[in-house]
Design a protein around this ligand. Structure first.
Ligand SMILES: [Zn+2]
Length: 437
């Protein structure tokens, strides 16, 4: 695929994926169109050499793989990791607030969201609903209202003259979004109200009663190419749907000789410890099904490589002092190898050299990031997965601005170049590691 259609599909994917549930649903559709078959976790798996498969847990984490015709004992496994979740606002279990005649929703902050950019945006609601169908059965559905239904208005500067110097955001009191006027307090149960709305639009059966939910607010504005030469991508959830999409597209182009896998976990932004997070058993249980003998699994893992793809911080021209002088990745100058002495990133010299070598062959430029020594470093699924399955790991990602904002920014060349690198990785036929001496 060429850069232009690639970027257009990336933007569409992000727009259609306001929550991890939607991201996984969309990845499933892309994979199935590419010949991948679903393996439900609760069934026995019959895996054929050369077969293409995927499995899903919680509707929000996905593992896809190609069972290579070559023995993984000879050629190892090529793994790519990413995460499906992004910082955002989550609707509380009992969210109803009525203040000054306005109906508002109580929200929790999911992950390390940058809160200021959430003000004055046209917000919509999406997520998973579990409902009683009215016919005696329990069912679930994904919803996405698409249209703007909520806003968190800023307080005018006239009422807070210090706003530009020292405005703080209290997440309990300052960010409940406004949905509609309700001076008579007629809506006391938001989910009853929502069920009626969804039934009338045909998105929920007429007698359905919502029993529980995971609903999220998101920005309605579509992701877009921006900049005078359209050299940037701006949109919500670039961290880390950009890497999920890139991993899927690269996997679609992998051959059937060597074993390849894509792992997209939920819950990275909240620490990864969950049944479907990277610090949980999902990946290990899939690998154990492929290689039930523990000795065999260890031998395969020792010859495998995980490329954990998660965005990096590009050096910001207005805040350049936040970076180490020698390690300020720039947008559109290539994917970034992320290094940290304290194992916040799992990269080591062997995994980094492997990737550099691969990118040289593909003609993809590579940059390096290490944090300022006096700033603490973020982390990602790379080191967690490395610790869970003992695989040699590399942390990479495209450089971005405004990480964890409601609208982030990346280079329009970088996503495509990461795709080229990952496609080269999945199709790399020779060994992946340098043997222990
Ligand atoms: Zn991330």
């Amino acid at each position: 695929m060429n850069k232009q259609p690639y970027n257009q599909q990336l933007l569409d994917f992000i727009y259609q994926s306001p929550t991890p549930f939607h991201a996984v649903k969309n990845m499933r559709e892309i994979l199935e169109a590419g010949g991948f078959t679903r393996l439900p976790e609760e069934t026995d798996w019959d895996i054929q050499p050369g077969g293409r498969y995927y499995t899903v847990r919680n509707g929000s984490s996905l593992i896809a793989f190609i069972a290579g015709r070559q023995s993984a004992l000879e050629s190892g496994m090529r793994l790519v990791g990413a995460h499906t979740d992004s910082p955002c606002l989550k609707v509380k279990p009992k969210p109803e607030l009525n203040r000054q005649g306005y109906f508002q929703l109580g929200v929790e902050v999911y992950g390390g969201a940058l809160l200021n950019p959430w003000f004055d945006r046209d917000l919509s609601i999406a997520g998973r609903l579990v409902f009683d169908s009215g016919e005696g059965s329990l069912d679930q559905t994904l919803i996405d209202l698409k249209r703007p239904v909520a806003v968190i208005p800023s307080l005018a500067i006239h009422l807070d003259r210090d706003a530009n110097n020292e405005r703080k955001v209290n997440p309990q009191t300052d960010i409940p979004p406004l949905l509609f006027r309700d001076p008579d307090k007629s809506v006391t149960d938001f989910f009853e109200f929502l069920a009626k709305e969804l039934s009338s639009s045909g998105d929920l059966p007429e007698k359905a009663r919502i029993l529980d939910h995971e609903l999220y607010l998101y920005d309605c504005q579509k992701p877009a190419l921006t900049g005078m030469q359209s050299e940037f991508i701006s949109g919500a959830r670039l961290d880390n749907l950009l890497s999920c999409f890139t991993g899927v597209q690269a996997l679609l182009e992998a051959g059937d000789q060597v074993s390849c896998m894509l792992v997209c976990n939920d819950h990275e932004e909240v620490g990864s410890t969950s049944a479907c997070g990277a610090n949980g058993p999902m990946l290990q249980s899939v690998l154990q099904r492929l290689y039930p003998d523990p000795g065999l699994l260890t031998r395969v893992m020792r010859q495998s490589l995980l490329v954990s793809a998660d965005n990096a911080h590009g050096i910001h021209p207005n805040f350049a002092d936040r970076h180490d002088n020698n390690h300020g990745p720039r947008l559109n100058e290539g994917p970034v190898i992320k290094v940290n002495a304290n194992q916040r990133y799992a990269t080591n010299s062997i995994s980094a050299a492997m990737f550099r070598h691969l990118c040289e062959k593909e003609g993809v430029a590579v940059q390096t990031f290490v944090n300022r020594t006096d700033l603490s470093c973020g982390s990602t699924i790379g080191p967690i997965t490395a610790a869970m399955i003992g695989v040699q790991t590399l942390d990479v990602g495209v450089p971005t601005f405004a990480m964890h904002s409601i609208r982030e920014m990346a280079g329009a060349d970088d996503a495509f170049n990461l795709y080229r690198a990952l496609r080269g990785f999945y199709n790399h036929q020779s060994t992946l590691t340098i043997q222990e001496t």
